[in-house]
Design a protein around this ligand. Structure first.
Ligand code: GLV
Ligand code: GLV
Length: 355
């Protein structure tokens, strides 16, 4: 191959590799056993000739890596993720590197995990499973693992983009929940699912007092989001008003986070879970991922999973393919693929994208 494309991780399926090989690329996949590569590891991997890189959300793509990629002749980088808070796009631009991400292919899969966490939290599935396996079930009881009915309750969605809207559709159409949402902008995408719904201006405080369920998707402008609500400006890294927000939360609310860990103050959350045993949480992401704050793992009213929201076979293969197409497109001089509103057109006919 004329071009050298590096992937920092082995990725599912073979389609992404074949696409690159067919288009004159040599593909090199990192063979290191460690889960998270350091900046130094990645510089070594890129070497002195590298045309494009497919990287992961665990990696710190900033000034150092983009300047190294540029020195190696690289012009393209794609995150194998829809989120790109690990990527300094300004630094990439400065070094002439185009950046792609993988929207669209993970929408339904991620929303389904959010729905799974919502149901599991409402019906205390994980606690009940642990109880059963521990041999504690000694007969049916009227008060055993009583949870909450979703039907007729209100679900609040923060971040009404593709994923938030798909989740809203599932909860409204599937479980007949009422819907409120918060976003910086009015979302016709989401409002389409609810007859008579219009206007979005619900403040985050109101959202938490009113609702049974909260799904929280991070959008890049999270700091802006709090500011828009009259909060003191916060950085992306720190949602410092979370304590106050939680104070206002309904004692039987459920909080789901399938966005990025730092939108929730996890220490404040642990305190809140301790003080309110009927408040439940389903977390796919953590403030100091892969670590959990002390105490969280002991909370019966918390369900925790290791950042698996996009982990369906169809989606992960789609993400790998889209990431490869992003890099390939730039190398070959096509526009970068990952347009936020485009559904990836490239998957096999026998595995059609969700309708
Ligand atoms: C996963 O968190 C992603 O951003 O794709
Ligand atoms: C429960 O199993 C019932 O029959 O109500």
């Amino acid at each position: 191959g004329k071009y050298r494309v590096v992937s920092t991780k082995a990725m599912p399926g073979t389609r992404w590799i074949n696409l690159l090989i067919e288009q004159d690329c040599r593909v090199e996949i990192c063979t290191q056993k460690k889960t998270i590569l350091s900046v130094e590891d990645i510089i070594a991997l890129m070497g002195d000739k590298c045309d494009g890189v497919i990287g992961q959300l665990t990696e710190d793509w900033g000034e150092t890596l983009f300047s190294a990629l540029s020195r190696a002749g690289g012009k393209a980088f794609s995150n194998m993720a829809v989120g790109y808070n690990n990527v300094d796009v300004n630094a990439a631009t400065k070094y002439g590197v185009a950046v792609g991400n993988t929207p669209g292919v993970l929408t339904e899969t991620t929303a389904e995990l959010a729905a799974s966490l919502s149901l599991a939290a409402a019906r205390r599935i994980v606690e009940a499973d642990e109880f059963m396996r521990a041999g504690l079930y000694d007969g049916w009881l009227p008060q055993l693992f009583v949870g909450n009915l979703l039907k007729g309750q209100t679900v609040g969605v923060i971040g009404a983009g593709r994923i938030g809207s798909a989740y809203a559709r599932m909860m409204v159409e599937g479980f007949k929940m009422n819907l409120i949402y918060y976003d910086l902008y009015q979302s016709t995408r989401l409002e389409k699912f609810v007859t008579g719904m219009s206007g979005s201006s619900v403040k985050i405080y109101q959202l938490l007092t009113l609702i049974l369920m909260l799904i929280c998707f991070l959008f890049a402008a999270y700091g802006q989001f709090l500011k828009a609500n009259g909060e003191q400006p916060v950085t992306w890294k720190r949602a410092s008003s979370m304590n106050e927000v939680l104070q206002e939360a309904d004692v039987e609310a459920i909080l789901i986070n399938c966005s990025r860990g730092p939108v929730v103050d996890e220490v404040a959350l642990v305190e809140h879970l301790k003080a309110n045993p009927m408040f439940r949480v389903g977390l796919d992401v953590f403030e100091d991922e892969p670590y959990m704050k002390p105490g969280l793992a002991d909370m019966k009213n918390a369900i925790v999973v290791p950042h698996i929201a996009s982990a369906s076979k169809w989606t992960r293969e789609g993400m790998a393919t889209l990431a490869a197409l992003n890099v390939l497109g730039k190398i070959k001089g096509y526009p970068i693929w990952s347009d936020p509103n485009r559904v990836a057109p490239f998957l096999d006919e026998n595995s059609p994208p969700p309708a």
